[in-house]
Design a protein around this ligand. Structure first.
Ligand SMILES: NC(=O)C1=CN([C@@H]2O[C@H](COP(=O)(O)OP(=O)(O)OC[C@H]3O[C@@H](n4cnc5c(N)ncnc54)[C@H](OP(=O)(O)O)[C@@H]3O)[C@@H](O)[C@H]2O)C=CC1
Ligand SMILES: O=CCCC(=O)O
Length: 339
């Protein structure tokens, strides 16, 4: 039986006060007096911070670090996405290796396992710029094997590795309210804690590399199935003559209330899916969760069925829409019922 993961939770109880300092990021966190501060709150982070991957999540996360006074250097495959960050004061390097070379700690927020490996371990990848004393924090959602592989490459240079996937979407990323699910090098965890507290509202330390990735996949498999079940409810309510907006309201007041339903329900009723969490990434997470379950011979039939619907939605051209567009796959099934 697998040993239980070590867990350390820190919750930001009050907004952080950020101080600007030249070349360093200094941060004083204010905590409710009843709750003890996390290990490194108030110590600040001295050093240069790299950020690789400036998509929906990476851009606001890097932006919050810059606004908190950190000395941030960015890189993104599509260079134009660096421009808004450069306007805020970020520096630019032409490859992940150069970012890692010029920074003390480098964060990576990439699409999937393939891109996370390429950026960390490929040609001109971050590992080539790593050395003892430096740290690499991968905040992408990947599977446990990928995270371990990246960790191995990074630590073979003498640098430290932390996986830190996040719960929370575009708005929490913009508001600095993400939840970090970290695992790996605990001294790197303590060192970057002030940076995590700029970008997030809480952080968990879960032990060995792989536990953060696994936790993230379990959370997202629950979320993906919930969205499918909610979509079925919205469609069924309409079909039996109910107002689906009323359904959203009723759900919001009861035991199954969830911010996700209240946030996305009204636009789903209007068949609008403004992208916060791309559907292709939700399907990737279900695919990875199914593999995780298979690795321990656990059956997750509801997730398997949900995954099939997200695959249909992708085939309908909805990969880059918000994952709530999975409801369109149900509508398409109604129009073209399988024999
Ligand atoms: N959006 C959300 O709500 C959340 C997403 N996540 C996870 O965070 C990660 C990023 O998500 P998000 O920001 O939404 O995704 P986006 O699709 O908006 O951004 C993906 C990033 O990965 C880069 N990328 C993709 N392929 C490659 C490659 N082969 N080489 C180099 N860079 C590459 C993209 O570069 P380019 O700009 O050039 O395409 C972009 O910077 C994913 O793992 C996702 O599952 C986690 C929590 C919430
Ligand atoms: O991985 C994406 C998670 C989105 C969320 O937690 O709202």
């Amino acid at each position: 039986m697998a040993a239980a993961a070590a867990t350390h939770l820190s919750v930001r109880a009050a907004p952080a006060l950020r101080l600007r300092g030249k070349g360093t990021c200094r941060l004083l966190s204010c905590y409710a007096s009843s709750s003890p501060p996390p290990p490194s709150s108030g110590e600040g982070f001295s050093g240069k911070v790299g950020f690789l991957g400036l998509g929906i999540m990476g851009a606001p996360m890097a932006s919050n670090l810059i606004k908190a006074g950190c000395d941030v250097t960015v890189w993104n495959r599509t260079k134009s996405k660096c421009d808004p960050l450069l306007s805020l004061g970020a520096k630019y390097e032409s490859s992940p290796a150069n970012v890692a070379l010029s920074c003390d700690v480098t964060f990576a927020m990439l699409a999937d396992p393939e891109s996370a490996v390429e950026v960390a371990c490929g040609a001109n990848g971050a590992a080539q710029g790593m050395a003892p004393g430096k740290g690499y924090v991968d905040v992408s959602t990947v599977d446990t094997a990928t995270s371990k592989l990246i960790g191995k490459h990074i630590t073979s240079t003498g640098a430290s590795f932390l996986e830190a996937p996040v719960s929370g979407s575009k708005k929490p990323a913009e508001d600095g309210l993400l939840i970090f699910l970290t695992a790996g090098d605990d001294s790197l965890y303590n060192r970057v804690a002030p940076l995590l507290d700029v970008m997030g509202k809480s952080r968990f330390f879960l032990g060995d590399v792989g536990n953060g990735a696994a936790m993230k996949l379990v959370v997202n498999m629950v979320m993906g199935s919930m969205m499918v079940s909610f979509s079925e409810g919205v469609l069924l309510s309409e079909k039996v003559g109910l107002d689906p907006n009323t359904l959203v309201e009723v759900i919001s007041q009861g035991a199954i209330s969830a911010p996700m339903f209240s946030l996305k329900g009204p636009s789903m009723v209007k068949a609008a899916y403004p992208t916060a969490f791309p559907l292709k990434h939700q399907q990737k997470d279900l695919r990875l969760a199914l593999a995780l379950a298979e690795s321990v011979s656990q059956s997750i039939p509801t997730v398997a069925a949900a995954n099939e619907l997200y695959k249909v939605a992708k085939s309908l051209g909805l990969a880059d829409q918000d994952f709530s567009a999975v409801i369109e796959a149900l509508k398409a099934k109604e129009q073209n019922p399988q024999p």
